[in-house]
Design a protein around this ligand. Structure first.
Ligand SMILES: Nc1nc2c(ncn2[C@@H]2O[C@H](COP(=O)(O)OP(=O)(O)OP(=O)(O)O)[C@@H](O)[C@H]2O)c(=O)[nH]1
Ligand SMILES: [K+]
Ligand SMILES: [Mg+2]
Length: 356
């Protein structure tokens, strides 16, 4: 039996099974199996072209953003507007057939923007170039899900489902669970909070510590371990073709931005929101007795410490590090003398003082 058939069989069984307390465990196992097969679909099979020619684009810059959407929503038009790269755009579906990288320069960061072929319902099962597109989406720091404002609201839901099916979790945090298979067998199950949905019946040969009240589905994600937790911005394009009332409704949805590539509406705001959702920080370095270098600056991730910054400046700087002086919002007074573990903020200025 092929994987697709196995998937169909399990899906049938799930739909046949009534959902209640008694079947919860069985359904959980079925869902876990289903998830495993779906991920297998993504793995490159042997043979020519399986990996997808034209999709193995190198990561470059400080972060990667993937444009995911149905055909002809305007992905390539957007790439052409925001970067110096050209990607063919046209009024027919599947104009784009490979992955086309462009570069956005903003706030001192180089952001790699990837134009991709449109995907359709069934993409997660290999329809169209769905598999290759989704494999690229899994490598992104942010997914921009592009939608056509003139089309049905269904599109967003359908795409979310396709991404879900291959283990991409949009806009949610990785569950706070410690999970380790015990090779010799045996179970150890502990929780630091009251669990209302999980119990140890779900566990086999593993050591588990659950730190939040998660659902069975979230627990399966942890067990499978190959989930990608990625931020997603929903971007409705072509707002030049809808009414103000419709526009207003869309603009109020969560994590949603409305634009028109054709009329150049809201594109600056989109770039700013991409920057914000990437959780990047820009910090400036300064030498003793000099002004900080406010043109350059370093790009690091939110949550970065002075140690991260040192690494970004020079490999051996940590070895010579004595302390750092920091000016900015991360300190109580300016400057403040801090150690390697100090967590920095956006726009902080850092002066590293080396050992003598
Ligand atoms: N009205 C309107 N049309 C737009 C806008 N942006 C793009 N289009 C049109 O939409 C069509 C599709 O644009 P593309 O950029 O090729 O779309 P795509 O998503 O890259 O399409 P595929 O590569 O085929 O998946 C073209 O005819 C564009 O001119 C917009 O803001 N408003
Ligand atoms: K197109
Ligand atoms: Mg295109």
């Amino acid at each position: 039996m092929g994987i697709l058939e196995k998937i169909a069989e399990i899906e049938k069984e799930i739909s046949r099974t009534q959902k209640n307390k008694a079947t919860e465990y069985h359904l959980g196992l079925l869902k876990a199996k289903l998830a495993k097969y779906r991920v297998q679909l993504l793995e490159p099979t042997k043979g020519a072209g399986a990996k997808g020619e034209g999709f193995d684009v190198m990561k470059s810059g400080d972060a990667r953003v993937a444009l995911i959407g149905f055909p002809s929503v305007g992905k390539s038009t957007l790439l052409n507007k925001l970067t110096k790269t050209h990607s063919e755009a046209g009024a027919y579906e599947f104009t784009t057939l490979t992955c086309i990288p462009g570069k956005i320069e903003y706030n001192g960061a180089n952001i790699q923007l990837l134009d991709l072929p449109g995907i359709i319902e069934g993409a997660s099962q290999g329809k169209g170039r769905g598999r290759q597109v989704i494999a690229v989406a899994r490598t992104a720091d942010l997914i921009v899900m592009m939608l056509d404002a003139t089309k049905s609201r269904q599109q967003r839901y359908l795409l979310e489902r396709e991404l879900e099916a291959v283990g991409i979790r949009l806009n949610c945090e990785k569950p706070n669970v410690y999970f380790k298979i015990k090779k010799g067998g045996g179970i150890s199950f502990n929780a630091t909070v009251k669990l209302t949905q999980l119990n140890e019946k779900m566990i086999f040969n593993a050591e588990v510590l659950v730190r939040e009240d998660i659902s069975v589905d979230e627990f399966i994600d942890v067990v499978l371990g190959n989930r990608k937790y990625i931020k997603c911005l929903f971007v409705y394009n072509k707002i030049d073709s809808i009414t103000i009332e419709e526009l207003d409704k869309l603009a109020h949805e969560h994590n949603t931005i409305v634009i028109s590539c054709e009329m150049d509406l809201n594109l600056d705001y989109l770039i700013d929101q991409i920057w914000k959702h990437l959780n990047l920080l820009r910090v400036y370095t300064k030498k003793r007795g000099e002004y900080p270098d406010l043109v350059g600056g370093l790009i690091v991730r939110k949550g970065a410490s002075v140690e991260h910054v040192c690494h970004a400046i020079h490999r051996s700087l940590v070895d010579e590090f004595r302390y750092a002086l920091v000016w900015g919002t991360s300190t109580k007074h300016n400057p403040q003398r801090v150690g390697l573990a100090h967590i920095i903020d956006n726009e902080d200025v850092i002066q590293v003082v080396k050992k003598k």
